[in-house]
Design a protein around this ligand. Sequence first.
Ligand code: 26W
Length: 806
Amino acid sequence: MTSIHSVEKMKKAICDKLKLNFGCTADEATEGQMMRASALVLREIMADREIATKHETRAKKARQVHYLSMEFLMGRSLKKNAWNLGVGEYLSKAIEELGFHASDVFEAEPDAALGNGGLGRLAACYLDSLSTLEIPATGYSICYEMGIFRQRIVDGQQVELPDEWKELGSAWLLPKPQEAEHVYFGGTLRKFWDNDRLHVVNEGASEVLAVPCDMEIAGYDTDHVNTLRLWDAKSTTPMDMSLFSQGEYLRAMEQHAMVETIAKVLYPEDNHIEGKSLRLKQQYFFVSATVQSVVRKHIETYGTVMNFHEKNVFQINDTHPALVIPELMRILMDDAGLDWDEAWGITRQSVAYTNHTVLAEALERWPQELIETLLPRVWEIIVEIARRYQDEVDAYYQDPAKTAEMAIVWDGQVRMANLCVAACRTINGVSALHSDILRNDLFRYQCAMTPEKFQNVTNGIDHRRWLSEINPGLDALIVELTKGKKYLLYPQDLKKLEKYADDAAVLERLGDVKRKNKERLAKYVKRDTGIVLDTGAVFDVQAKRLHEYKRQLLNVLHIISLYHALQDDPNMAMQPHAFLFGAKAAPGYAVAKRIIRLINSLADQVNNDPVCRDKLQVAFLENYRVSMAETLMPASEVSQQISLAGKEASGTGNMKFMMNGALTIGTLDGANVEMHEVLGDENMFLFGMHADEVARKKAEGYMPQMVYMHDEKLHRVVDQLKYGFRDGVSYEDLAQRLLMNDEYMLLEDFESYCEAEARVVATYADAKAWNRMSLLNIARSGIFAADRAVAQYADNIWHVPHRKLS
Ligand code: 26W
C-alpha cells in the first residue's frame, strides 16, 4: 500500500491512479477524473482496513449487527472519508498543487442520494458511528441506478428529473459478483416427506441474481472499517439467442428488462404507501439476498445455524425490510432443516424493529394476493405466524375487537407493523414522545402484553459531518475554547462552551462565524436562484420534505401576514427577514406540489414589491439535498420545526440546525421535546398545542371556520390565498382545505405561531442576547450525536460491545 501521509505522497498516489484508470496526467484530467482518482487513493487504505476488520471479527467470533434499510442517504464521501482517515489536509493541498481548486473537485462528486429524507439520512449517520464505535456491522440496501429525483422549479412548479448518480458516484463501489445470491419470485410449491422431514420445493419460479456492490465505511480515529452492501439486480440467464431464432427475441429482451427494473429507481414517496408490486419485489429482493448471505457466512464460520441468534442481530429500519422475518424462517426450515419451534426461537431473537412514523397512510399494508402470488412460501409462513399470534392474543384478551386490531393478516391485507411487533425482540421509537405514542396509542394492546419489548432511542446525527466538516469556522472556535478536539469523540465536551455564555468577545466571534457562513450561502443562492439575499436579514429556514403535517403552509400564512402589515404601513420599521425554503414533494402528492407553487408565487410577489425592499425576502431553494444542507445549516439563524404535535416522530434536521447555532421555533413534537428539556423556555421559541391538547381538540370536534371567523388577521391571510398574487394563480383549493378540514390544525396554532415569530424578531434585535442563546444551543447539542444513539442501540438492543468514548 502506498503511503499518502504527506502532500507529495498524496500527489503521486493521485497521479498513479489517473494514469492507470484514465490514461491521463493531472494536466489533462477533468475535475470528475480528479475526484475519481482521489476516491481510488482513499479506497486503497480503506480496503486493507476493511479486510483486517473482517478477519478480526471472524477470529474473535464477534457478534455482528446487520442494519437493513431501503434507504441510505449518503451524500458525498470524498471530503468525509479523507477527514475520517486523517488525510483531509494532504488531499486538499495535493489537489491544489496539481492545479485544481479542492472545493471544485469535492463539488464534482454527485450526492449518493439513495434515500428520501430523515429515515435514509439517519441510516447514513449511524453507519459513521458504527465504524467509529468499532462495532462489527454491515448496512444492506439496494444499489438503485437512480436515487431521489432531481428537482427543478419551472414556472414556480416542481418538475422531476432523473438522478443518474452512478457515472461518478460508482467510484466508491466495488462489485463482488463472486458473492452473488439467487432470489426467486412466483412459482408453485411442491411438498414431500423424506427422512421424517417435510421438504418444500418451489418450482417454475423466476430467478434474479443479486450482485453485491460494496462501499467501505471508515470511522473517525480508528482503523475499523465496516461495509455498506448495496445489491444490484441482474438477470441470471444470458440473453437467450435460441428464443431469437424462434422469433421470440422481444420476449427474451422483456425478461431481461423486467429483472433489471428491480434496482432501477428509489420510490420517491415519503411517509405514504403506494402498494406497487415493484416495491414489494425490491423489498424481498434485498432482504432475501441479505439473509442468504448472512446465513451462508455464519455457517462457514460456525458450521451450524443453532447459534445464529447469538452471533447476529438484524436491525430493521421501519417495516420496509420486515420480510426478513419470514425469509429467515424459510431458510432455517427449508434449507437448514429446523422445525418450526427451533426456527421461530432463533428468528424472534434475531430481529429488532425501529418505527419511524405514526401516520396511518405510511404504515405498510400489502394486499394478500400480491404476496401470495409473488412469494408463495413466504406467504405460507406469514399465515402461520399470524395464526399462532392470533391464538396468543385471543387467549390473552378474549376480545374480538382487539384480535382484529392486532391481527397480522386481516381483511385481505398483510399489516407489516403488526408482523414486526409480534416477531421482533424489541420495538423502538425515535424520540421520547414518539416512543410514548407507540406504547400508549399505536401499539397499546401489544405493549400491555409485552411491555419489556418496547424501548426508546432518541435519534442522533453524525456531528463530525454536520458540525466539524461543514462548519470549519465554528469548529475552529470550539477547538480553541474547549482546548482541543476532544468533542469529536466526546460530544458532551461541547458543554465546556457554556462558561463563555457571558463573554462578549466570544459571542462576537460566534456572530462573525455566522456572518461568514451567511455570506457563503448568499453566494450560493445567487448562483442558484438569482436572488440576492440581504445578509443583514435574519435567515429563517425551513428545509425538509414537503408534507402537510410538517406545516410549511403555516410558515407561509405567517409570511403573508407580515406582507399585509407592510402594505398597511409601508414605513413600518422592521428587522429585515429572509425566509428560505428547501423541500421536495413526492411526485404524486398534488397538495404538496401546490404548496411549493404557492411559496414560489409568494416569493415572486414579495421579492418584487418595493414595499418589501430591505425588509422581507422569500426564496425557494431548488433541489434540496444533503450537499445543499451542508451549506444551509451553518448559515441558518432560525430553524423552523413546526409540525403538528404528535406527528413528527423525531426530526433530525432540528438537531443539525441546533448544532450549528440556529435557534429553534417549534412545537413540542418529536425530539423538540428533548431539545426543550436541555434548553428551557428561555433558549428556544415554543408555540402551539401539545400532543394531548391536539388529541382533545380533535375529539371535541375542531372547527377551523370558527377560528377563521374570530381572527381578523388570519381571515385576511386565508382570503389572500384565494386571490393569489401578481402571477394570477389562485390558491382557493388550499384555502378551502384549511377551512373545511384543516387536518393538521394550522389555523388553531396560527396565533401562537405569530407570537413566537414576534419573540424571535424581538430577541434578534439584541445581538448579544441572540448569540448567547446560540452558544448555549451549540453547547447543549451534544446529546444529539449519533454516537450516543448508536451506543444505546448497542447496549440496550443489540447487546454488542463497543469502543467507550470519553
Ligand atoms: C412506504 C413509504 C414510506 C417511506 C418512508 C413510509 C415511511 C417512510 C419513512 C419512515 C419516513 C421517514 O423518513 N420518517 C422520518 O424518520 C426520521 C428518522 O427517524 C424521523 O426523524 C422523522 O421524524 C420521520 O418523519
